[in-house]
Design a protein around this ligand. Structure first.
Ligand SMILES: [Fe+2]
Length: 370
């Protein structure tokens, strides 16, 4: 532990904890790549509400003092923008019903190009994956979800030692796993209330519809099509559409299932707020061997940033701290900077604690309100 000068801490704050007067420390983009609100923008309640409605789950907020904490994007903005644009473009063609031409070679060429990019970016990432660092507003949940599932699946595939060919097949499966949803009427897909049993049966069909669409395309490997077919199967056989069990579910689909649920939980949906990674991870642990394959969950835990940089935490010492770095081999024990004493008073000088080296200190609360 050593003393540090006061520094600006770019704080990650859940949208529900954001208040008017807070100043943005990181730009908010539209999924198309358009800049919506720049760094330095002062929030108002109206803007916060609007952002929450548009699916923004958290913001990076400027804090007083210096600027020493940099939140790096896991995937460079340009790459993400290019990938989202491609997904946007081709999914809309599919949605508009131009089925005959939809899998023309242009589309597959585009998907191959972005997958090559995404795979090499993920492989080059040394740090834990934090997709929360991209603050985005989106029009259509399926687009950004497809990209996130692809990224989580590739990262998990790398951890599982997949070959390039496997990463590509599963990555393509990730991009297209929910393609069947593009055929669901928007009033059901985006229904803000709970679905009726009948509507839910309809939604479930996106697995079979997606598979039917994809398996007919010569350029789509059959195993990628099976990702669409099998991504809602569960390890205990209680998933859909076929109730496959354990290793009857293809390795790609088992791997993808974890990122699919994790992204759904950490993203704002119309019927509930978003969870932070550690909360979503708790749910996933609890479903190991029932919903998920154990190995997939264990590797996933080593892949993602459970406590993202910038998040405010409470320690069992009563102190308040901010996460400032990761321990790759122990994601639940990050490096933190202590900023307040147990009675809530700001420390005259902050200090850092590596939770990996101080095993008696634990995080007891995340996204703590200051
Ligand atoms: Fe799905």
């Amino acid at each position: 532990m050593g003393d540090h000068e006061k520094g600006i801490i770019m704080r990650l704050v859940s949208i529900i904890n954001c208040e008017s007067g807070m100043v943005l420390a990181k730009t908010v983009f539209h999924e198309s790549g358009r800049k919506l609100l720049g760094e330095g923008f002062e929030l108002t309640n109206k803007i916060i509400e609007r952002l929450a409605d548009q699916g923004v789950t958290h913001l990076y907020i400027q804090d007083k003092a210096t600027e020493d904490l940099l939140v790096e994007d896991s995937i460079p903005l340009e790459v993400r923008r290019e990938a989202t644009k491609t997904i946007h473009h081709h999914f809309q063609i599919i949605q508009s019903g131009q089925k005959a031409s939809m899998f023309e070679s242009r589309m597959m060429k585009d998907f191959k190009r972005i997958l090559d990019m995404l795979i090499s970016e993920v492989k080059a990432t040394k740090s834990l994956m934090n997709l929360l660092s991209h603050i985005q507003v989106h029009d259509h949940y399926v687009f950004s979800h497809s990209l996130n599932v692809t990224l989580y699946s590739i990262a998990l595939g790398v951890k599982r030692g997949f070959s390039e060919k496997q990463l590509y097949e599963m990555g393509l499966g990730g991009l297209l796993h929910d393609i069947g949803k593009m055929l669901i009427p928007p009033e059901i897909l985006h229904k803000p209330a709970k679905l009726t049993a009948e509507e839910f049966e309809f939604i479930k069909k996106h697995t079979e519809d997606g598979f039917d669409l994809l398996r007919k395309q010569a350029d789509v490997p059959l195993l990628s099509a099976h990702c669409a077919f099998q991504h809602h199967e569960k390890w205990n056989g209680k998933g859909y559409p076929r109730g496959l069990k354990g290793e009857e579910i293809h390795l790609y689909a088992r791997t993808m299932a974890v990122g699919d649920v994790f992204d759904a939980l950490t993203t704002n949906r119309c019927y509930r707020g978003a969870m932070l990674p550690h909360e979503a991870m708790e749910i996933i642990y609890a479903d190991t061997n029932t919903h998920f394959e154990q190995t997939a969950v264990e590797r996933f835990r080593e892949t993602i940033a459970i406590y993202p940089i910038g998040v405010t935490v409470k320690l069992n010492t009563g102190e308040t701290a901010v996460v400032i770095g990761y321990n790759e081999h122990s994601p639940s024990r990050p490096l933190v900077r202590v900023i307040k004493d147990p009675s809530g008073h700001e420390l005259p000088s902050y200090y850092e604690v590596d939770l990996m080296k101080h095993l008696s200190i634990m995080i007891t609360e995340c996204d703590a309100i200051l």
